[in-house]
Design a protein around this ligand. Structure first.
Ligand SMILES: [Zn+2]
Length: 280
């Protein structure tokens, strides 16, 4: 599933192609994309809107229109966006929507599992919508360890579950959670509230470093994730733990172990990331 680095990579590629352009025609081919709203009505509302900016919050792509409205796109499990000259994109049985821009190019939305969503918001609706669902952006300058500490305080849940919660920190999913915890030398099952101040600082740094590496590598392509021009990301080539059970830890050589945490496959180094609870 696309996480912050994948969505940011899509945004960086698409922004120059979308900004300033008008949505000329919009076809929404799957009613699940816009439910509970009628896809024909949403498509009709989108036609004629001109893009002011393409932004991102957490795992959401935000198409901000000059009208003050915004289209909030969440790729969920398998959503992706492709851009190409009008009519040149290959046929695709999983295409769920197509936008023809006023320069004649197409932006097509593909989604195999169909969990992705397009939500058209009226002026003033965006910030309350996002504020109710996601926490701070981890890659902005102002994001500090104390922001993370405040969100972890008092939580008995395993730290892995806590950082997968989008209200703790925006944009971290299963891959970058494991990578961040390895960087921080924190065991994924440590109760969130029992991290020492040093561990919280290390996790804050680990989250930022893992996500920054992901953005630099333009995300990780494991299955469905693809950039708008059809290229792949390469972050999968530098995963430290994710998907690497039995391979040696890059820091100490101990074989990486796989467990379940927060209901998800979780990879970690049993030597570098020691379990502790109730202080130490
Ligand atoms: Zn290790």
């Amino acid at each position: 599933m696309p996480e912050l680095p994948e969505v940011e990579s899509v945004r960086l590629r698409l922004a120059p192609l979308l900004e300033g352009r008008r949505f000329d025609t919009v076809s929404i081919l799957d009613a699940r994309l816009t439910r509970p709203f009628d896809p024909r009505e949403v498509a009709a509302e989108l036609e004629g809107e001109r893009v002011r900016a393409l932004e991102r919050r957490g795992k959401y792509l935000i198409v901000r229109f000059e009208s003050g409205r915004s289209l909030l796109i969440h790729l969920r499990m398998t959503g992706s966006l492709r851009h190409g000259d009008g009519g040149t994109l290959p046929d695709d049985p999983y295409r769920r929507a197509v936008v023809r821009l006023d320069d004649g190019s197409d932006v097509a939305y593909r989604d195999v599992r169909r969990f992705g969503t397009w939500l058209l918001l009226e002026p003033g609706e965006l910030d309350p919508y996002l504020d109710a669902r996601i926490g701070e952006e981890p890659l902005v300058e102002s994001y500090r360890a104390r922001n993370l500490e405040a969100r972890l305080a008092g939580r008995r849940a395993p730290v892995k579950a806590a950082i997968l919660d989008q209200r703790t920190v925006a944009g971290v999913g299963n891959i970058y959670a494991d990578e961040a915890l390895w960087r921080a030398r924190v065991h994924p099952l440590t109760p969130a509230a029992e991290l020492s101040p040093d561990e919280v600082r290390a996790l804050h740094r680990g989250i930022r470093r893992a996500l920054q590496r992901g953005v630099a590598r333009q995300g990780s392509t494991l299955r469905d994730y693809v950039l708008p021009d059809g290229e792949s990301g390469s972050m999968q080539d530098e995963f430290k733990v994710y998907g690497r059970a039995g391979e040696p830890c890059a820091r100490c050589g101990t074989p990486i172990d796989k467990i379940r945490a927060a209901g998800r496959g979780t990879w970690y180094c049993p030597s570098c990331q020691r379990f502790h609870a109730n202080g130490r």
